[in-house]
Design a protein around this ligand. Structure first.
Ligand code: NCD
Length: 311
């Protein structure tokens, strides 16, 4: 039987509906957790990790974050659950809700899946990536990483390169970084960068030319080609993609000498980024992973502690 609909439970479903005050509070909390060891504010709570799509970084990062705050985690993934037997998303959620869950983290290949869950449960729901739509904690950890290196985001030139069309990371980042005052340059082959993307943010600019996008950039964010979301051919061949869009040391010369290089992972070396750039002193790719834990701790603390209903 469906649980009562409680639309007022706090959630993190995307960057789009997130007020600036909540964004700032999450970034500040993550910085605070970095300065001093976080308190075990989630002791006695149980977090459900419901991952319908493959994940290495995001799932383990939520797991580590939850445990560092003292919570217990229950992980459900296809192959180890009735998800494979065809149980519907909501039936799975209702079953697991019966086990006294205090929050749910959802990753799903369908855009909007976490929103559906949120409309049917009375606990906070966090979107850990829904189809081609949003990946809010990734954008928050990226913003946090940029701030650590540059102090601010306003006025920076951020180039986001590659398969923008299929990337929830690109969408959440362009919403967040343009809201925080960055100039966001989206770059990729025409088929992976439709002109409509210009309408996504106030300071968004499209370019099909890599050198133009990298020119004077402060931040270079490289995306993976999301083959799993492509039903048709979007570019002639991998070799052609590499020839025009792979981020190499020679191409990085167009960016500012102190530009930082980011990638959400998983990264395909030799395709969207060369190994030299990925391992260069400018690369903050490993630091993004560390910061992911801090941001997820901040988000869990915000949703499960700050919004706790008072008796
Ligand atoms: C991204 C994702 O799943 O959207 N990965 C991640 O969460 N770190 C990007 C990708 O899969 O390419």
């Amino acid at each position: 039987m469906p649980l009562p609909d409680q639309p007022h439970a706090p959630h993190l479903l995307g960057i789009e509906p997130l007020p600036l005050s909540r964004i700032e509070a999450i970034l500040d909390r993550a910085a605070q957790f970095q300065r001093q060891p976080p308190p075990r504010t989630l002791a006695g709570k149980r977090l459900l990790l419901l991952f319908y799509e493959a994940s290495t970084r995001t799932r383990t990062s939520f797991e580590v974050a939850a445990r560092r705050l003292g919570a217990e985690t229950v992980s459900v993934t296809p192959g180890s659950s009735s998800i494979e037997k065809g149980e519907s998303l909501l039936d799975t959620v209702y079953t697991l809700r019966a086990m006294a869950i205090d929050g749910i983290v959802v990753r799903h290949s369908s855009s909007g899946a976490p929103h559906l869950v949120a409309a049917h449960v009375d606990v906070p729901v966090i979107n850990a990536g829904d189809g081609m739509h949003e990946h809010p904690t990734q954008a928050l950890l990226d913003a946090f990483t940029i701030r650590r290196h540059r102090g601010t985001i306003a006025g920076l030139r951020v180039a986001i390169i590659g398969d923008v069309l299929h990337s929830r990371v690109a969408r959440s980042n362009l919403l967040l970084l343009s809201r925080l005052g960055a100039e966001v340059r989206l770059c990729g082959p025409r088929t992976l960068l439709p002109p409509e993307f210009a309408a996504y943010g106030d300071h968004v600019r499209l370019s099909w030319d890599l050198e133009d996008a990298l020119n004077g950039a402060d931040v270079v964010m490289v995306l993976r080609i999301q083959m799993e979301r492509m039903k048709e051919s979007f570019f002639p061949s991998e070799a052609e993609y590499v020839a025009r869009y792979s981020v190499t040391p020679a191409r990085m010369r167009a960016a500012r000498p102190d530009a930082i290089v980011m990638h959400p992972g998983p990264m395909i070396r030799g395709v969207e980024i060369s190994a030299e750039v990925a391992d260069s002193p400018q690369s903050v790719i490993r630091e993004q992973v560390e910061n992911g834990v801090l941001i997820r701790m901040a988000v869990l603390h915000e949703l499960l502690v700050c919004h706790e209903p008072h008796p």
